[in-house]
Ligand binder design. Structure first.
Ligand code: AHG
Ligand code: MN
Ligand code: MN
Length: 339
């Protein structure tokens, strides 16, 4: 049960015993993310006021144009996570390769790697629509004292020790899990403090919202098309309603609160889907499962996929458990018929 007016700082201290490794370190890591989130939040909030909009001119490793706030958020998170004697490496959607971080005295003793999508939903910045940040934390595999390697980042999602997102919406929130349920904290911007506003968040088992970019419908696999038609059918417990913001964080957040399913399937343009396994799907899948929901690629649990490369993409179906089960049924049935 949440205590009245409990702050994120208090919550971290109170619950650090739940963390199976060195608890103080993870608390410090979450603390640094909380700080970076405030910095980025401040910048996101004034985006409409200053001449910061528009592409920064660079393209990221996926060939997409970067907005200035992507760059800003990327730098803010990297800077805050460095020099704290916790993180030995960071991989970011905005960087071609992972970054090695040395500890005090230039050693390689730090134990955790962090993977981030610093600004998710970046195409929504120009139009004052919610964006987010997604983060994912693993304990390194290689021995402490040696430089971090690619192997430390290419771990299946089930190895995550923490994951979360920040949503810069009508309110700014941090939602995260360390494997003991999901908790949400809302920023009071007047005093810069996050309060424990959403204790033990859970996905309703069922929902009536489906979130998919239907503009790509003709390019979807047959099973996904059939599932969408099923959602639209006039039945006692249907039709469902469609909601799609175009920021994964915001679509996920709404669906977790109200009950719903998010789908980004493979398309003709993106045969492997669009979303990135390491920066987007794994952290959201960990949160979803911790909240009683489910995340799959249609055939397999997201958290059991063995990643082969940093910027790997994957079809993503995530949300209320009964809805994801139903969508999987449609996809697997359509695949059977092909054989
Ligand atoms: P990012 O801004 O980090 O590149 O992520 C955008 C992602 C995700 O947030 C969103 O759900 C999806 O792309 C939207 O894609 P479409 O515009 O193709 O629907
Ligand atoms: Mn993203
Ligand atoms: Mn992004």
């Amino acid at each position: 049960m949440a205590q009245k007016n409990q702050t994120l700082g208090e919550f971290i201290i109170e619950n650090q015993g739940e963390f199976k490794y060195s608890s103080g370190e993870l608390s410090r890591l979450i603390n640094s993310i909380r700080l970076a989130a405030k910095v980025v939040n401040h910048e996101v909030n004034k985006a409409g006021l200053v001449d910061i909009l528009g592409a920064a001119g660079d393209t990221n490793v996926q060939g997409e144009s970067q907005q200035k706030l992507d760059v800003y958020a990327n730098e803010a998170f990297i800077k805050t996570l460095t020099n704290r004697e916790i993180v030995c490496g960071i991989a970011s959607e905005e960087e071609d390769d992972f970054i090695t971080i040395k500890g005090r005295n230039q050693n390689h003793d730090n134990k955790y790697v962090v993977l981030i999508d610093p600004l998710d939903g970046s195409s929504n910045i120009d139009v004052n629509v919610s964006v987010g940040t997604i983060f994912s934390v693993y304990r390194r595999i290689t021995p402490s004292g040696t430089p971090v390697t690619l192997e430390d980042f290419l771990q299946p999602g089930r190895n995550q020790v923490a994951a979360g997102y920040i949503i810069y919406g009508t309110s700014t929130m941090i939602v995260y899990t360390t494997g003991h349920g999901v908790n949400g904290f809302t920023l009071n911007p007047a005093i810069g403090t996050y309060y424990h506003s959403h204790p033990n968040m859970t996905f309703p088992e069922d929902g009536s919202i489906y979130s998919v970019n239907e503009g790509n419908y003709v390019h979807f696999p047959q099973g996904v098309k059939n599932y969408i038609k099923y959602c639209q059918e006039e039945k006692e417990d249907r039709p469902y309603t469609s909601r799609y913001i175009g920021s994964l964080v915001s679509d996920f957040h709404r669906n977790m609160i109200k009950g719903g399913i998010y789908i980004y399937p493979s398309t003709a343009k993106n045969p492997k889907g669009k979303l990135r396994l390491l920066y987007e799907c794994n952290p959201m899948a960990f949160i979803a499962e911790q909240a009683g929901g489910k995340a799959s690629n249609g055939f397999k649990r997201i958290l059991d996929i063995e990643p082969a490369e940093l910027h790997e993409r994957v079809p993503f179906i995530c949300g209320s458990i009964n809805m994801v089960n139903k969508a999987e049924e449609f996809m697997q049935h359509a695949e059977q018929l092909k054989k």
